[in-house]
Design a protein around this ligand. Structure first.
Ligand code: SF4
Ligand code: SF4
Length: 361
């Protein structure tokens, strides 16, 4: 970092280098912050005259990726589950397999004879004949609360270790700026021509596929929220008509979640091995696979909902969604929490006067 501060060649690439320049020393909290501000585009590696084989061996993307991996594990809550990050691929794969099996067994056991494997007409509350609405809400409410608590605990400890009081995390202007930066992936545009990913040729592919994944996820979340309003406030029960708001939102989001994760996976495979952190591959790949499977089984449910396969497909879909929920705080999803917090701090720092240790210069 000190070499970068003297060199400054990359200062326009992303938010990391201006943030470095606001510092003279790099303690643990500075590295924690900078590593989570980095989007891992690799651009600075290709531009660096001090990268390997130079004897200085400056490799910012690799250094940042290693610190980020430690962050994810260090701030996982409860602490007993930290180890999941070391075996993340295996844990997620098992979660993706076991959760549907458990759902299938449960639904088969509680459904009236003939209901689980029966064909049902749309718009008669068919899903809830297979799994009672109360049980569905209880399972996903408990999972949702557990995930929210795990994220909040990790975020609070991360923010505290950045040396910030809790109040600054909720600074309105900084939050607003961070949300805009995160929603637009501002630092992944490589100055307009695209970032250096998967190799040194500028490309907007990663930004595009990330947007499809992120907004796909948001549309699916919106579809579920609208369905909850329909059910609880209007008394309209799922499944809904093809042109209803939840199905249209779910379809748009589902398309994003089919294309986005496949595109990101393809970029990951094509990425220059020199800039990859191979220890994160399992975590990255299985998270993308879980998103893809959530969408795929959602579409299968939409297509097969009037057939006798509906019960089985519903169980698989709910199981995969439950597996995604359970593993979210112990997988790649956490990057969204820590990067957003780092963007808030970046917005705060830009407004603060730079404090350099004048007496030591
Ligand atoms: S990454 Fe290399 S080129 Fe970029 S600022 Fe640091 S030392 Fe300079
Ligand atoms: S890898 Fe990309 S985002 Fe990370 S520090 Fe280098 S230029 Fe910035």
């Amino acid at each position: 970092m000190r070499i970068c501060n003297a060199c400054r060649y990359c200062e326009g690439f992303c938010a990391v280098f201006p943030a470095m320049e606001r510092r003279m020393e790099f303690g643990e909290k500075d590295l924690l912050y900078l590593a989570n501000l980095c989007h891992d585009c690799g651009e600075c590696y290709y531009s660096c005259q001090y990268a390997p084989p130079h004897e200085f061996a400056v490799h910012i993307p690799q250094t940042m990726a290693e610190i980020r991996r430690q962050t994810y594990s260090e701030y996982a809550w409860p602490g007993a589950l930290k180890g999941l990050f070391a075996h993340n691929g295996l844990a997620l794969a098992l979660g993706a397999l076991i959760a549907p099996l458990l759902f299938m067994t449960y639904l088969y056991a509680v459904a009236a004879p003939g209901v689980f494997f029966g064909a049902h007409a749309v718009a008669d509350g068919a899903f809830y004949r297979v799994m009672p609405h109360g049980a569905m809400i209880a399972v996903f409410l408990l999972l949702g609360i557990g995930v929210a608590v795990a994220f909040a605990a990790g975020l609070w400890r991360f923010w505290r270790d950045l040396g910030e009081p809790l109040a600054t995390l909720f600074d309105g202007k900084a939050m607003q700026q961070a949300i805009v930066d995160a929603m637009t992936l501002r630092y992944l545009d490589g100055g307009g021509e695209g970032c250096a990913y998967p190799d040194e040729v500028p490309s907007t592919a990663r930004r595009t596929f990330h947007h499809l994944t992120f907004y796909g996820f948001l549309f699916c979340f919106a579809a579920t929220s609208v369905a909850a309003v329909y059910h609880n406030l209007l008394g309209w029960q799922a499944p809904y008509a093809l042109l209803s708001v939840p199905v249209v939102f779910g379809t748009i989001g589902g398309i994003g979640l089919l294309i986005g994760p496949v595109g990101l996976m393809w970029l990951k495979i094509a990425r220059d091995p020199e800039t990859q952190d191979r220890k994160q591959s399992g975590m990255d790949t299985t998270f993308l696979a879980m998103l893809f499977l959530t969408s795929l089984t959602g579409f299968l449910l939409l297509i097969l909902r009037e057939s006798s396969a509906m019960g089985v497909v519903l169980a698989i879909h709910l199981g995969i969604v439950a597996g995604l929920f359970i593993t979210m705080p112990y997988g790649k999803f956490v990057h969204a929490i820590y990067r957003s917090a780092a963007l808030v701090l970046n917005a705060l720092e830009k407004r603060r006067p730079v404090k350099l240790p004048v007496g030591e210069i």
